[in-house]
Write a protein that binds this ligand. Structure first.
Ligand code: FES
Length: 70
């Protein structure tokens, strides 16, 4: 499922700031307006899109490096 960021879903009168999408046998894909903090909480990023590993195989955690496909 692909979601257009400008078409954020509105539910109960509240507009989403980010969409978290569970990819089948893959990462969590997050798109939208959000803040990503590192483990020490001293670095922040505001990427428009990120894929976070949920299989545990990535060599670049917390990001997905496509190792789940191997
Ligand atoms: S989900 Fe892609 S490497 Fe883990």
């Amino acid at each position: 499922m692909k979601v257009n960021i400008s078409g954020m879903e509105e539910k109960n009168g509240k507009k989403s700031q980010a969409i978290i999408e569970v990819i089948d046998f893959g990462p969590l894909k997050i798109t939208g307006n959000f803040l990503l903090k590192d483990l020490q909480r001293n670095k922040e990023e505001s990427p428009a899109e990120v894929n976070l590993c949920r299989c545990g195989k990535s060599g670049n955690k917390p990001y997905c490096d496509e190792s789940h496909k191997k």
